[in-house]
Design a protein around this ligand. Structure first.
Ligand SMILES: NC(=O)c1ccc[n+]([C@@H]2O[C@H](COP(=O)([O-])OP(=O)(O)OC[C@H]3O[C@@H](n4cnc5c(N)ncnc54)[C@H](O)[C@@H]3O)[C@@H](O)[C@H]2O)c1
Ligand SMILES: [Zn+2]
Length: 311
C-alpha cells in the first residue's frame, strides 16, 4: 500500500475499546498529526472499526479546521452502518457520542475480504443493523436474510455482499433525505431507544452494540404488535429473524430501571418520548405518545425472553 503514496504515510494507532473513543485520544492524535507535519493538503485514512471511523472522521473535521478523509471500515458494523451518514465524534464520561460533528468522507471503501478475521460475535452483532435495515425499509432484505442464514453466517462472499450493499443503500437513501436527523433519519434508531438503555444499564460492557439493538428491536416489535401496527404473524416472523442471527446474550435487568434510562435518550426533544415503531415489514414511523406503561410492558416481555430462553 505504501508504494502508492508519494511519501510514506504516517501510521497512527488507536487502542481498541470505547474508553479510548475519547477527547484524550483526540488530543493525542491531533498532536501526533501536528508533529508529523500534517497540513491542509494531507489526507486522513480511517482504517478500522466504527470507533476508528468515528474518531478519524472527527479528527479530520477539526484538524486545521478540516482536512479531507477516507473511511476504510473493517468491521461488519462499520461497513453497513457507521461509515455511512457522516456522524463522527467521541464519548464523554457523561455519555456516548456527546461530542462530534457531521463530516462526510471523500469516499468509503468497504472490502469484505477484511471481514475474514472478524470474530463471529462481532459479525452477528453487526448483522442486527442489517436486520434493522430490512425491517424499516427493505422487505426484500428481510426475505433474503431469512432464506440465506447459513450463507450469511458462513461468510459466503456473495451473500455478505448482498446484505452489506442493501444495508448501505438503505442508510444512504434515508440519510440523503434527512442528513441532520430532523425527521426521517430517526427511523434508523429502531431498537435503539431500549438498546441504548440496555447498554447504559450494563455500563457498555456486557453486550455489543448490535446485541443491545437486537433486544431493543424485540421490545419495539412487541410494542408495535400491541398497537396493531404489525400483525401477530409479522411479529413472529421478525422476532424469529432476530434470533436466527443471535444468540443474543441473556439480560438480568429490571424493567423500571430500563424504562427510566430511556428518558435520557438523545432522541427525546423537549421531554417528548420519541419511539420508532415498525409499520409492517419494510416500513417504520416515529411516534411520540408511547406511555411509560406501554414501554414497561414491552421491556417486560423482552426481559422475560432475555432471562429464560437465552440464559
Ligand atoms: N457514526 C455512526 O453513524 C455510527 C453508527 C453506529 C455505530 N457507531 C459507533 O461505532 C462504534 C462501534 O463500531 P464497531 O462495532 O466497528 O466496533 P469497534 O470499532 O470497537 O471494533 C470492534 C473490535 O473489532 C476489532 N476489529 C476491527 N476490524 C477487525 C477485523 N477486520 N478483524 C478482526 N478484528 C477487527 C477492533 O480492533 C475492535 O476490537 C461505536 O463507538 C459506535 O458508537 C457510529
Ligand atoms: Zn446502531
Amino acid at each position: 500500500m505504501q508504494q502508492s503514496f508519494q511519501d510514506a504515510p504516517v501510521v497512527l494507532f488507536l487502542e481498541p475499546g470505547e474508553k479510548h473513543k475519547s477527547l484524550a485520544s483526540v488530543e493525542r492524535l491531533l498532536r501526533q498529526m501536528a508533529q508529523a507535519g500534517a497540513d491542509r493538503g494531507s489526507l486522513l485514512i480511517a482504517f478500522g472499526g466504527g470507533i476508528v471511523g468515528d474518531v478519524g472522521g472527527f479528527l479530520a473535521a477539526i484538524y486545521m479546521r478540516g482536512i479531507p478523509y477516507i473511511q476504510v471500515p473493517t468491521t461488519f458494523l462499520a461497513q453497513v452502518d457507521s461509515s455511512v451518514g457522516g456522524k463522527t465524534g467521541v464519548n464523554l464520561p457523561e455519555g456516548k457520542n456527546l461530542v462530534g460533528s457531521f463530516n462526510h468522507p471523500l469516499a468509503v471503501f468497504a472490502d469484505i475480504s477484511v471481514l475474514g478475521t472478524l470474530p463471529d460475535r462481532e459479525l452477528r452483532a453487526g448483522l442486527m443493523e442489517s436486520v434493522k435495515a430490512g425491517i424499516i425499509r427493505d422487505r426484500t432484505l428481510v426475505r433474503f436474510m431469512e432464506e440465506h442464514v447459513h450463507e450469511v453466517l458462513g461468510r459466503d462472499p456473495r451473500a455478505l455482499e448482498k446484505v452489506i450493499a442493501a444495508s448501505i443503500r438503505m442508510k444512504a437513501a434515508v440519510v440523503n433525505e434527512d442528513e441532520r436527523e430532523s425527521g426521517l433519519r430517526m427511523i434508523l434508531n429502531l431498537g435503539h431507544t431500549v438498546g441504548h438503555a440496555i447498554e447504559q444499564a450494563t455500563h457498555y460492557k456486557a453486550l455489543l452494540h448490535g446485541e443491545a439493538v437486537g433486544w431493543g428491536m424485540v421490545a419495539a416489535l412487541y410494542l408495535a404488535r400491541k398497537r396493531g401496527t404489525i400483525s401477530a404473524h409479522q411479529f413472529e416472523r421478525l422476532e424469529s429473524l432476530i434470533h436466527l442471527y443471535g444468540p443474543l446474550p441473556p439480560l438480568k435487568l429490571r424493567a423500571a430501571k430500563l424504562v427510566a434510562a430511556t428518558g435520557a435518550d438523545k432522541k427525546n426533544v423537549g421531554g417528548v418520548r420519541r419511539f420508532v415503531l415498525p409499520l409492517g415489514i419494510g416500513d417504520a414511523g416515529v411516534v411520540e405518545d408511547v406511555t411509560a406503561a406501554e414501554l414497561e410492558a414491552a421491556v417486560g416481555y423482552m426481559l422475560a425472553q432475555a432471562g429464560e430462553k437465552h440464559s
